[in-house]
Ligand binder design. Sequence first.
Ligand code: PHE
Length: 338
Amino acid sequence: MEYNTVESLETLRGEAFSEFGAIVSDTDAENFRLKYLGKKGVLRDLVKSLSSMPEEERKTFGAAANALRREVEERFAEAPWQNKAEAADPGFDPTLPGYPFQAGSLHPLAKIRGELVEILVDMGFSVAYGPDVESDYYNFQALNMPPLHPARDMQDTFYIGEKSVLRTHTSPVQIRVMEAQKPPIRIIAPGRVYRNEAISARSYCMFHQVEGLYVDENVSFADLKGTLLAFSRRFFDKNTKIKIRPSFFPFTEPSVEVDVECFLCKGKGCNICKHSGWLEILGAGMVHPNVFKACGIDTEKYTGFAFGMGIERIALLKYGIDDIRLLYENDVRFLRQF
Ligand code: PHE
């Protein structure tokens, strides 16, 4: 089409702006620029028509042609297609699957503690806590270990003052609960404990226990056995056997240690159970009357049992970990395995 009248310029304007509106990429833009604004572009070529026009027409046509070129140049300089280009670019596709990332996991001790607590809570115990820094009274004296009691020696205590210690077991939580609550009492107390022992593959200066305490009328040793058997069968295996051996703790009488049938070899004997078929997992017993007396609980009316188990020991056995120190080093190569 020849563009040599003012009317034809309107047609040209319509065409140019419809093409301009369709620009979405830099390539489109460059094609548009060459076609309309380049040295040989349509809008530059218009001047050629001028020579063959009568004087009067030349003026109006020339002015209209220049105005159109400037208009297109200005709109082109604003480059509005750059936003459209982003919209048309599939660089961001919200329907694509996300980037994979490394999910974290629970620490093996947290997992075992969670399982132990869940089972015991299901059985009717509620969770109680006590402080890591304890007084001599709660850690020893109220638990039937007066000053100079030989059992204090067994505990390798960290003293942090004349009368305060880092608790050597979770048993002081028993006292705190019995001071604060009246029977019936059914609590467990998970927590950290400290002992000044030489650090080795088997023992560390800090570890974790779960304490259990049940006080009510007519609580018997049979209840203790039944509770521990039911617990073991849920935690280890539904056919697990338990074995109860006499032992000694100042705060229980009688006192026992409880072994469960080795979950790996089912009692046949293996490396984990040192070929005995049994794993020692907890200490327990009937609450000593002196402990009740320290808490103002009527020893004629009430009886109770208590137990305490080491979380590390169970975690090492369950996961077949041969060095307790691995649990505290936070080496992700170790932690990722759980
Ligand atoms: N507190 C004892 C320990 O640390 C375990 C225990 C708790 C024993 C409750 C009997 C009753 O070894």
